[in-house]
Ligand binder design. Structure first.
Ligand code: PMV
Length: 317
């Protein structure tokens, strides 16, 4: 049996504007992860078991746009197709079993789709001794992200594949950044699943209705992301908090916040967070609050009392 894992991720700055070519910052979140086991099986076929989403199926029975099926079909190895299908035609022989599990909440901005894809590709890669390079995994995972998100920027698959902080600009080679002084985030979940595809499509409609206006907003978000990278590289955490607040209000203008997200952001600020903002596609899902490490427990309590369904503390190093 071969096993592979991939972490969750969180966007620190620049979501939505990143789809329009502006920079964004994202980091892996190792407290949550997707895990995939691949094992040989005496029964023919490629069997997929993902009990978390109640999926138990043979690959051929999944529609072509099913993200799990598509991730497996994208795997570039003839072993996955020819011998197994020949065996199937013979009505017997070997197959494989793919077990998928994940602790990453779905549709909440933590990159669950991309993490499952990357873990599937890595597990198949080591099962068939193919040693796919990160770059290949990332390219394949981006194709699958299109099924999840419509017009994704590629930030999720990139930060999850490389599992390091990423300064992401669509279409440009991957750039990482250094964290001069570690900082602590509380990631709090509204518990409201919000498909990124929909918020991305709504922002596109907004942009199409008045491009000069929204391009200006994207520029402001892009400038914040650049300043945030510099602040992280200098270890200026106070400035980082102020930049998070500014980014959140621009995301509110883009209509991707929600009363529940605003309520958690306000609760974090009232409790003394250095800054807070929604993270990811918005409308639901998660927000992040920048806090002093020793006080993280107090903030998780405050956010739970304000309605968060769960809160994860993560240190960015
Ligand atoms: O909701 P998430 O965390 O998967 O992130 C979406 C980020 C967007 O900028 C809204 C879309 C994208 O593809 O970059």
């Amino acid at each position: 049996m071969t096993r592979a894992s991939a972490p969750g991720k969180i966007i620190l700055f620049g979501e939505h504007a990143v789809v329009y070519g502006r920079p964004a910052l994202a980091v892996p979140v190792t407290q949550v992860h997707a895990d995939v086991d691949v094992s040989d099986s005496p029964r023919a076929g490629i069997w997929i078991h993902a009990p978390d989403v109640n999926l138990h199926a043979e690959l051929a029975s999944l529609p072509s746009d099913h993200p799990v099926g598509a991730a497996i079909r994208a795997f570039p190895h003839p072993a996955l197709r020819a011998p197994l299908s020949r065996n199937r035609e013979r009505g017997g022989g070997e197959g494989i079993e793919i077990h998928i599990s994940s602790t990453i909440p779905v549709s909440s901005g933590l990159g669950s789709g991309a993490a499952v894809t990357v873990a599937i590709l890595r597990a198949l890669s080591s099962h068939f001794s193919l040693s796919l390079a990160d770059e290949q995994i990332n390219t394949l995972a981006y194709e699958i992200e299109k099924l999840h998100h419509g017009t994704p920027s590629g930030i999720d698959n990139t930060v999850i594949t490389y599992a390091k902080p990423v300064y992401f600009v669509k279409g440009q080679p991957i750039a990482t950044f250094t964290v001069a002084s570690p900082f602590t985030l509380v990631i709090a979940d509204t518990g409201i699943p919000a498909p990124t595809k929909e918020s991305v499509a709504d922002v596109r409609r907004l942009w199409e209705s008045d491009k000069p206006k929204w391009e200006k907003v994207f520029n402001e978000i892009g400038e914040i992301a650049k300043k945030a990278r510099a602040a992280i590289e200098r270890g200026n955490i106070t400035e980082l908090g102020a930049l998070m607040d500014a980014n959140h209000s621009l995301l509110q203008q883009l209509t991707v916040s929600s009363p529940e997200l605003d309520c958690l952001v306000e609760a974090a600020r009232r409790s003394g967070a250095l800054g807070a903002k929604l993270s990811g596609g918005g409308r639901g899902g998660n927000m992040i609050a920048l806090v002093e490490k020793e006080e993280a427990g107090r903030f998780t309590e405050a956010l739970r009392s304000a309605g968060a369904k769960r809160a994860i503390v993560t240190e960015i190093v």
